[in-house]
Design a protein. Structure first.
Length: 303
């Protein structure tokens, strides 16, 4: 058995005209994004399985977030310079396969690259490398740095009179980095309303559970103390994510954070790959079982 990312019924890439996408009927948007998200999950699994290494749990926990951003919410196109469009920063760079998968499913990367993850001289490095792949808006990997760059990019856009947004996706373990809170302070003080931070709050990090290593109790209250607009949502519900991101853009008084509650290794309701491991290796049996599960979901509706 050799599944591939074309396992699902073909779904045309979303129209790059953002207003057209957002004006489509909500059921159509949800169905399209759900199918593209499942195709992205399959691409993540295939990339990491072929590479023999990679962060399965951390990539799968944020596939729904990235799919809603890439296919429904962001004004982002591979053919447009970031000075004239939204910016996406994957601060949790070890989840790079989730971003690569969205590019493959959206037609910006050829499916033949699915087998090149983590290879020497590949464009698809284990962490995003902008010098190798210009579809990466920032090289990341050293945790905690992405939000600082997002704040700088957002301020530059505001000074130039641009109406674009800068979206930053960070992990919850990453919030233990002091640099994150320096950036949070600056964005709140300068009321950078064009910054949207999405926290992939899956409750664990490389060494174990956050609750056992460095708890994040009162996370929403912490952001509010720094003058941020805060929303706490189900990070696997496309409808909740769409609503939260739209609300974030509508709030022109302060920066926004969406705390997205997720599960590591999420494949679908009640189905978790590798028991939520951060970076365990997929066996052939685990890979094929997960791909069969996703194949069975292709005609299901998505929230």
């Amino acid at each position: 058995m050799q599944p591939s990312i074309s396992y699902a019924t073909p779904v045309p890439p979303p129209d790059d005209r953002l207003s057209h996408r957002r004006e489509s009927p909500l059921p159509t948007r949800l169905a399209r994004t759900g199918q593209l998200a499942d195709r992205s999950r399959a691409a993540v699994l295939e990339m990491i399985y072929r590479a023999g290494s990679g962060h399965v749990g951390s990539s799968l926990s944020c596939v729904d977030i990235i799919s809603v951003l890439r296919f429904d919410q962001m004004n982002w196109s591979a053919s447009r310079p970031r000075s004239e469009s939204d910016v996406f920063i994957l601060s949790k760079g070890h989840a790079a396969p989730a971003w690569y998968a969205s590019l493959m499913v959206g037609g910006d990367l050829g499916p033949e690259e699915v087998g090149t993850l983590r290879q020497i001289d590949s464009r698809l490095q284990g962490h995003p490398d902008r010098t190798r792949l210009d579809l990466v808006d920032l090289s990341t990997g050293a945790l905690g740095q992405g939000l600082s760059v997002a704040v700088g990019r957002a301020q530059a856009k505001r000074l130039r009179g641009r109406g674009d947004f800068v979206y930053c996706l960070a992990g919850d373990g990453e919030l233990q980095e002091g640099q994150i809170w320096e950036a949070v302070t600056v964005a709140g003080a300068r009321r950078l309303a064009n910054v949207v931070l999405v926290v992939d709050h899956n409750g664990s990090q490389n060494d174990g559970l956050l609750s056992e290593i460095m708890p994040l109790a009162g996370l929403a209250e912490r952001f509010r103390a720094f003058e941020w607009h805060v929303q706490d949502v189900n990070g696997h519900s496309h409808l909740s994510l769409m609503d939260a991101l739209a609300n974030a853009r509508d709030n022109q008084a302060q920066p926004s954070v969406v705390i997205a509650r997720t599960r590591k290794g999420h494949l679908g309701p009640g189905r978790i790959a590798l028991n939520g491991s951060h970076s365990a290796t997929l066996t052939r049996e685990e890979y094929e079982s997960a791909m069969r599960y996703l194949e069975g979901r292709r005609d299901e509706s998505h929230p």
